[in-house]
Design a protein around this ligand. Sequence first.
Ligand code: K7E
Ligand code: CUA
Length: 644
Amino acid sequence: MADEHAQNPEVESEENGTDRRDFLKGGIALGAGIIGTAAVACAPEKEAPAAKAPAEAAAPVAAPAKKAEHAGPEIHVPPGKLDDYYGFWSGGQSGEIRIVGVPSMRELKRIPVFNRDAASGWGGDDFSKQLLGGKLSGDTHHVHLSYNDGTYDGRYVYVNDKAGARLARVRCDTMEVDMITDIPNSQGTHGIFPQRHKTGYVMCNAEFRTPQVNDGRDMDDPTKYGALHTAVDGETMEVKWQVMIEGNLDLCATDYKGKYSFATCYNSEGGVTLEEMMAAERDHLYVFNIAAIEAAVKAGKTMTIGDSDVPVVDARGEDGPYVIRVPVPKSPHGINIDPTGTYGICSGKLSPTCTVVELDKLDAVFAGEIKPRDAVVAEPEVGLGPLHTAFDGRGNAYTSIFIDSVVTKWNIDKAIQAYNDETIDPIIQKIDVHYQIGHINASMSETKDADGKWLVALCKFSKDRFLNVGPLHPENDQLIDITGDEMKLVHDGPTYPEPHDAVLVKREMIHPSKMMVRDGPRFEMYEKMAAEDGVDLMKDSKVIRKGPNKVRVYMVSVAPAFSQSSFRVKTGDEVQLVITNLDSVEDLSHGMCVSKHDVNFLVNPQDTKTMTFTAGPPGVYWYYCPWFCHALHLEMRGRMIVEA
Ligand code: K7E
Ligand code: CUA
């Protein structure tokens, strides 16, 4: 049996598919047992698709009439041809961002953000070390680009670090991080979303409630805990203001007009244990009124917390001018705004439903004319464990269903009709994904230009889909063609754990530079240093003793040589290497590696990099260019002579 499996994994899929696809349902039932009433929200008998035999569940729920086979767009991108979309993937625990070409699903680049990257030297060179402040890990979940007028402006990519409560920015010309901002008074910075009417705020949610101030007080009194919804200026990366709220803030979204931001809230109970967090049947979608908050900040109706001088608006407790709470079934997760900006769709997670909120009704809610729940216009049942929703620009929504391991395609208008007419079924199709899908996104889905071509399903488990590579399996990023009436799975993409979210951006919108762009905070740092030493970074080659134990070494490189074939320092010296790559040939990167000193960094064409280290015991240490750059690449080296 085992042999047979090894040789024919497809047979195994067929045979054991049921177990594999359904194993988490058992887990949930168990969890529900512990927490009592939670069973109601996800009782299998309440959820029709789950009760079906797997083969049946896999079939479209509303079987569409037989149609001519839909050909679909070409997924194969031949050698030498380019993809249509840049996919920006968060790297999860790897702390990075990845650029993936879509539809080929080829990984094109990794952008180190909160991690140490040996290839580029990120985390080791002086600039990144300063940005990271000594931290070398992070947990990136959500990647979003800067906007103008409802679509991407091609300038920045923002990404959160849940572990360190930070927000980083990548510039799209160099595809490097230029700024990182610490979010004050926060832990578990999770959902982020930039404003979409222009490059304004990037809103950041704190998922974990903590004592405010978190300095040892109130540790055993969770009623005094709070969480912050934070506005960071997307241009300057300064924290502008925060709103304090009583519940956990999970996913984040913004509208298309610049009026509102949103946060899903699980644990409105304010619990600190699983049982406490799941006690109530309802949680909330928080809606933040940005103009009202700005007015309060301007009028000084704010406080500060601890050492932070960021103005904080206290909006805990009742609905008011700053925030309203739309009741939704317990423990919601994703909040996604449809491309027309009309609806916010809140995915149920523990409830098999998506709650559709009509955004134009929110003004009336804030005015006290209608109740928050009156803004809900639909609540379709989509499957067990709905997490996130994407859009095709044709009125359809695609929700990732974690427990059922499917993507559910449903029609928003029909769901609204079905809210008052049970005979209408808004569900168009459910397609199996492999397995346990988390995020989902469609091409341009988070913009008004959603084009309904490709859907990416980021599956948390790959199980039998790839060769066994040991206990840690790859994730499985699947590509689905959504151009036709029916979704079609067209590609499995193994990825290193753990992409959470991805956005797909038309390639015309992104314009990376082939040479380093010599501006921004990194170059300000180098120019200041060079000015202090009277050095021209683009031509000078100098060894400058800066103190009894401090040496700065300026060098330039042109393939296949460094401008110095040797330099001298003393044991124990703090040595700072400043290397400029003068080559202006596309793709001609050099680097600097110093033998036995843990010094290794990349210097791209027209770039400068610096790294600081301590010179070791007396002796000769070869430094060399580690990037294959020339026929004489191996000769591109010199001696660091360390004297006693
Ligand atoms: Cu759903 Cu961190 Cu976006 Cu993961 S979160 S799935
Ligand atoms: Cu320069 Cu290898």
